[in-house]
Design a protein around this ligand. Sequence first.
Ligand code: HMG
Ligand code: MG
Length: 331
Amino acid sequence: GIPKFVKIVEVGPRDGLQNEKNIVPTDVKVELIHRLVSSGLPVVEATSFVSPKWVPQVDYNWEIDGEKMSEERSQGELGGGGLMPKAALMLADARDVMEAVHGLEGSRLPVLTPNLKGFEAAVAAGAKEVAVFASASESFSKSNINCSIKESLARYRAVTHAAKELSIPVRGYVSCVIGCPEEGSISPSKVAYVAKELHDMGCFEISLGDTIGVGTPGTVVAMLEAVMAVVPVEKLAVHFHDTYGQSLPNILLSLQMGISVVDSSVAGLGGCPYAKGASGNVATEDVVFMLHGLGVRTNVDLVKLLSAGDFICKQLGRPSGSKTAVALSRV
Ligand code: HMG
Ligand code: MG
């Protein structure tokens, strides 16, 4: 049977907003996190301590709203005047987000950290949980984090080691678990290898990411079987992007196989900027609607969640990517 309770990991403020083309001011990100937390979501991924050169979100801020942002920021950061390096701007935003959500009760608020530098910055900003992200595709590893899979695992061993000393839980992502934009199909054994490495180094949970959303229940079942042979199913999460509209069937299948942690993004925000053609994550509202329909508890208040989705869509000036949100807004 399927699990009675499913833990939803909301990734909208990170996976969602990292891919938005328009400026998302820090206070909007913070308000979104507040609303998501108050809807009862147990985990809300808050932001990312990555290199500014690799994430477009802040570059857009810089180019579109350069004057205003740089002036405002540099006063706080560098003591007034002048342009700031993009790196400082990026860190300033992630730090500001963390500062603003400090003390917020009710949800865990993990952040992404691609290396020790990011980990240290995250901890300094008050993060109590982090996530590292490896790939099952060699090409995607190179384009996303600029190193081989093997090198990334060595970096993440350093992060999990440092985290252990501070009792900070580390989540591990594997991306491209079904397909890669450059390499095509990815073999389940490759995914199982990376997942096991992350588990062995101490990641408390391994999230399996279909980054470009090409998985169907046919390919997902083989991938999950391979991973479940080497990592206990209680440690696994699934992370689907809805590019081909396959997320809900894939999630249902994953639940039937015993998985009880599902990543999703309010209003279906986002995508991955490094994976051409990747559309947003599966919408949290749609996942909650399905789970509640199955009699599975989530602790999420759908009405409050819908209002969080409505808020961010209005801010971004675009329609919701959630069918449930669209349907219920007409009622
Ligand atoms: P690199 O250029 O190889 O890094 O990038 P480096 O170590 O050579 O350093 C270069 C410069 O970046 C240096 O600055 C460093 O200090 C700085 P400089 O001396 O030139 O002024 N730097 C940093 N600055 C801020 N924060 C840091 C940091 N690290 C180095 N943490 C790196 C390698 C991994 C840093 C880079 O490639 C990176 O940040 N990549 C992240 C890309 C990203 O955010 N991707 C999206 C998330 S993954 C995803 O979406 C998939 C997922 O959702 C699951 C799924 O859907 O499948 C999780
Ligand atoms: Mg993703």
